[in-house]
Design a protein around this ligand. Structure first.
Ligand SMILES: O=C(O)C(=O)C[C@]1(C(=O)O)C=C[C@@H](O)C=C1
Length: 361
């Protein structure tokens, strides 16, 4: 067989496979519509998004995958297929910390795919408010960075909001120096979110010493400003570079490689257990010696793994703290529920912020 004939044959087989894939994704779409009909009949309006089921679907796909496509790639493809199926059931509105081009937008896309309507909002408070008011179904907010620690503002919002955590997203963060200038020597000012500036402090100290650093609300906003100003640059994402038509003067400028940011998805109701969950809670107690140790003791006794502990002023009294705790397990799991009951006996306040599936790939 000639090469040309062979190529034509293989392409004909690809066409046949595409036709099958098309029929199957549409069949999947029809089944999702059937699920929606059942949910409506049971009065579950507004509750079409099921993070626990999505997690189960993605984990199953990963375990079935034999390649040559990587687990990461098949996860991304099936995430989009589910996103399109969910959009057939109900178009979801999801607020994220904007403007366009922020890492939070990338996290929202990773969690929900392109089938939802993503709405950039200007502050973390606004995201909480819009979800509380029902104008948005869900919100996506940054909560901690592996280099720079917690996003205090998000934790503070939880102190006063009734919303629940319904999911978490982890994202590898690559920072770039973005500008319309083409030479590093032309840069007089660098904009970024304060976390972006902090993540690249070492690089900026050595490559742009003495250049003014200006913290702004987000990396997306930094890219927007850099696009308008001569001699300006932004520490920002690849997406922001594309969005604002900038060039990358340097790529991957974060000081610690493996830099990861964790985001929380907020909504009105936490999902049921999947067997691989996390629980976030806020707890406080009036100051007394050994207070924190005895408060945490039930977790150790019930063999529960704590993955995060942060203290924030509780805003109730001077030197009173609220402790934000993440642990492995779901609040409905027997061990976790027993430990929480014992902690509650000692605490002046204990609120479960939500139990949710652990971040997918
Ligand atoms: O299983 C469900 O509850 C569905 O609605 C179907 C489906 C899917 O496409 O697999 C769609 C949306 C949900 O978020 C979870 C899963």
């Amino acid at each position: 067989m000639t090469d040309r004939k062979h190529l034509a044959d293989v392409r004909a087989r690809i066409d046949a496979v595409d036709q099958q894939v098309l029929e199957l994704v549409n069949e999947r779409g029809r089944l999702a519509q059937e699920v929606a009909r059942i949910k409506r009949e049971h009065g579950e309006q507004g509750d079409f998004y099921r993070p626990e089921r999505e997690q189960e679907v993605l984990r199953r796909i990963e375990s079935l995958n034999t390649g040559p496509l990587s687990d990461e790639v098949v996860t991304r493809l099936f995430r989009e297929v589910m996103s399109a199926c969910l959009a057939l059931q109900e178009p979801l509105k999801v607020g994220f910390l904007g403007p366009e081009g922020t890492f939070t937008q990338a996290a929202a896309l990773k969690q929900f795919g392109h089938g939802v309507q993503l709405q950039p909002l200007t502050t973390i408070d606004a995201i909480f408010r819009e979800v509380e008011a029902g104008d948005m179904h869900y919100g996506v907010v940054p909560v901690e960075n592996s280099t720079e620690g917690v996003v205090n503002h998000t934790l503070d919002c939880f102190l006063t909001s009734p919303l629940q955590v319904v999911g978490e997203v982890e994202l590898r963060i690559q920072q770039n120096l973005a500008s319309r200038e083409t030479e590093l020597q032309a840069i007089r000012r660098v904009y970024s979110h304060q976390q972006g500036l902090a993540q690249c402090r070492g690089w900026l100290d050595s490559r742009l010493p003495g250049v003014e650093r200006v913290p702004v609300d987000s990396t997306g906003e930094a890219a927007r400003l850099a696009a308008m100003e001569e001699g300006a640059a932004a520490v920002a994402s690849d997406a922001a570079i594309d969005m604002y038509g900038l060039g990358a003067l340097a790529e991957g400028i974060e000081d610690i490689s493996g830099n990861t940011t964790r985001f929380l998805v907020i909504g009105r109701q936490s999902p049921p257990p999947t067997g691989d969950d996390k629980t976030s809670l806020v707890v406080s107690r009036s100051d007394r010696p050994g207070g924190l140790v005895s408060l945490l003791e039930p977790l150790a006794r019930h063999d529960i793994n704590m993955t995060r502990l942060d203290a924030r002023p509780s805003r109730q009294g001077v030197w009173e703290y609220a402790f934000f705790i993440d642990l492995l397990g779901h609040a409905d799991d027997a061990q976790v529920s027993a430990a929480l009951a014992e902690m509650r006996e000692q605490a002046s306040l204990l609120r479960v912020l939500g139990s949710y599936p652990r971040a997918a790939r």
